[in-house]
Design a protein around this ligand. Sequence first.
Ligand code: HEM
Length: 512
Amino acid sequence: MEIWLLILGSLFLSLLLNLLLFRRRDSSSLPLPPDPNFFPFLGTLQWLRQGLGGLNNYLRSVHHRLGPIITLRITSRPAIFVADRSLAHQALVLNGAVFADRPPAAPISKIISSNQHNISSSLYGATWRLLRRNLTSEILHPSRVRSYSHARRWVLEILFDRFGKSRGEEPIVVVDHLHYAMFALLVLMCFGDKLDEKQIKQVEYVQRRQLLGFSRFNILNLWPKFTKLILRKRWEEFFQMRREQHDVLLPLIRARRKIVEERKNRSSEEEEDNKVYVQSYVDTLLELELPDEKRKLNEDEIVSLCSEFLNGGTDTTATALQWIMANLVKNPEIQKRLYEEIKSVVGEEAKEVEEEDAQKMPYLKAVVMEGLRRHPPGHFVLPHSVTEDTVLGGYKVPKKGTINFMVAEIGRDPMVWEEPMAFKPERFMGEEEAVDITGSRGIKMMPFGAGRRICPGIGLAMLHLEYYVANMVREFEWKEVQGHEVDLTEKFEFTVVMKHSLKALAVLRRSH
Ligand code: HEM
């Protein structure tokens, strides 16, 4: 009886909260969140010149003046920015379905996403659901992720080999190796076979060129008809880049299609003998049928989905790894404590920290969490939009607008985190250990977003971060290079990277 009362009581309460928070007033009678500029587009021009870093600084100063939710007029649609964790929770988690849409893609993104036929840009609906479910259940499911453990070990050997060549004497630009390593891993998960170094480097080249080109090509989005005339060369450059990406990815996709078709024609006994087959992301895409159009994906769409998979899992993880390693080099006492923990779990002479060992290493987990809090690879989530006019924080959020959440500001909120700019993994030990990184029970940090559009790669990303940090620290002692002291200044690229890449010495710990 008491249980029933409790359930009824909480249902009633959540209904009431929902009504109070979101539908208290008809949204049409409410104003948009405050806009800092009397002449709306002037402010935009002010930061456009400085790129995303400029936008970030500008937003921070506007939030100080006008509060946690504001509007900017970047294009003809209002763009709302939220810098408050409770408002983010109210929107993304408590009212998740309404805030799960994406805005119509700008011209450049429309081409890259093959008309919004990928996960990150598709509208909230049947196509998004199909593509996202395919990725999470066919590739990112824990059992499938386990089947790629040989690949993670192979990549670890590549990394050790590269670091070892410096013999602890030559400074290493760590992030270059991390990028290559993450590409090797994700390329294998995407296309199946271990490709050779030249092929992996080609994929890395075309993908990173696309990522780093975002800010260069962004201007083409503003007035396409006009820019097609005055920035013709840049449009040509963009299409050339796209062609080169197709030239590299399409042969890999076609080779995979051939393998899948050959498998279908094989008998089950032959299949038994051919146990080396590991399912790749492309294999799963070949089978999909778009729900609205009742047709299979075309090659352009498969390229776009592969590109999203590669970008989603490489740059983000390599960026986070570099920030974490930089803090370990800058704070040798934290690195020492981490090494002691690793040694106590696997012993001094173990060749590898196995993936399961991380479960027995609370300090390792704390180091990774602190890295993601203090240096989230993305300072914003991807732009969201709402499926209907709605209300947030007493303001109107219009259906045709975009809304974004300031990830870095939320993770550095001094009301939640003591000394937010300091790197202190201890804050995740003891009481704070239970910080929920998915934000479903309340948001304190949100490096992967929150709610229905939360990053589907969160489990894989955490595994990669824990596994590579643990192994890099177990095998080498990482030391600062005189004249190249660690500098934590940020630079906005696709992710927010170190302005001066980490250079460090990797000194072997074991004699082998
Ligand atoms: C440290 C690593 C990573 C970080 C920090 C990260 C962060 C994020 C963030 C902030 C979003 C946007 C959420 C939103 O719009 O609300 C996102 C979306 C996404 N991420 Fe990740 N991510 C990481 C790794 C990965 C990996 C490993 C994959 C896949 C292999 C991946 C695939 C995606 C996809 C497909 C989306 C779009 C989701 C959707 O729109 O439904 N990410 N990620």
